[in-house]
Design a protein around this ligand. Structure first.
Ligand code: GUN
Length: 292
């Protein structure tokens, strides 16, 4: 078997197209232009790149974006005032606070301040809680998990009853992905640093999602033949021969897994573009919900 390489970039572009078309039609009909505020605190280089890409994509699709860049020593009080202002701003439909936050800022408190109806990241505790509850519907589903589900469904639309293993339990990716797969009726196991016999658990997976930030952790013999493998890793590995001095690797041993899996996402070009596409979709959906 040779795995299908899931083209996240192409799938994301299709979503961009849909979002841009809808925005064009809605604005022509007199509805407001969707607005996204991004809040970046500190100078983490990876966060700067992520936020820049989000803003660029907004511009491309016709979403109004306002970028707030604050110093690393920003106080909770300043952030509170900014978020209160954005919660009340009529031209802002979505608020995104880029994570991680500097250490002195309590992430949970900051996320709690966001109006759940503007929480396009789906991290506000009300939305996060609703994701974990049966028979309740969050206003927004976190972007990376939503993108992962789309990528899986591009290969296998119905995942009910499938054995899913998620490695990683972060609040941004691992945990909400596990919850989302469970909501879609997969049988889900969450693995983490304390998991025993990790390789053995992985070998049970029809769907294997890896989000740990450990370059090439998952080896070929961890993968069940015919599994769908989603690699969320974006690891910068030093490489003097590369233009940038580093290469980007995933959390799986991609080349070795290709002959075994049914499908696998590449790094780059797999999950990364989907996170932004789902953010654009969530922002449009926030604007639509606000204007009904
Ligand atoms: N940091 C890494 N991924 C994300 C994301 O999807 N949203 C936010 N706000 N921060 C992140």
């Amino acid at each position: 078997m040779t795995a299908l390489i899931i083209d996240g970039k192409k799938i994301a572009e299709g979503i961009h197209q849909e979002v841009a078309d809808t925005i064009r039609k809605r604005t022509a009909a007199g509805y407001p232009v969707p607005g996204l505020a991004t809040v970046l605190i500190g100078e983490d280089p990876a966060s700067q790149i992520y936020v820049r890409n989000k803003i660029r994509t907004c511009e491309k699709l016709g979403i109004h974006s306002v970028a707030y860049t604050l110093p690393a020593d920003t106080t909770l009080k300043t952030l509170e005032e900014l978020i209160n202002f954005l919660n009340a701003a009529p031209d802002i439909h979505g608020i995104l606070v880029q994570l991680p936050l500097p250490e002195q800022i309590d992430e949970y408190r900051v996320l709690s301040l966001i109006n759940p109806q503007k929480d396009v990241d789906g991290f506000q505790p009300i939305n996060a809680g609703m994701l974990s509850r049966k028979n309740s519907t969050p206003w927004f589903i976190p972007c990376t998990p939503a993108g992962i589900l789309k990528l899986i469904q591009s290969v296998e639309p119905e995942i009910a009853g499938m054995e899913a293993v998620v490695i990683g339990r972060s609040s941004i990716v691992g945990m909400p992905t596990a919850q989302l797969l469970c909501r879609n009726n997969a049988t889900v196991t969450i693995c983490h640093t304390q998991t025993r016999q990790l390789a053995e658990v992985c070998r049970r997976a029809d769907l294997l999602v890896v989000a740990v930030g450990h370059s090439k952790l998952v080896k070929a013999d961890w993968v069940k033949p015919g599994a769908i493998v989603i690699d969320v890793g974006q690891n910068r590995v030093e490489d003097a021969s590369a233009d940038k001095g580093y290469v980007l690797t995933g959390d799986t041993d991609f080349d070795a897994i290709v002959p075994i899996a049914r499908a696998i996402t590449p790094v780059p070009g797999g999950v990364g573009p989907m996170t932004i596409a789902m953010l654009m979709r969530n922002t449009l959906s926030a604007a639509i919900k606000f204007s009904v």
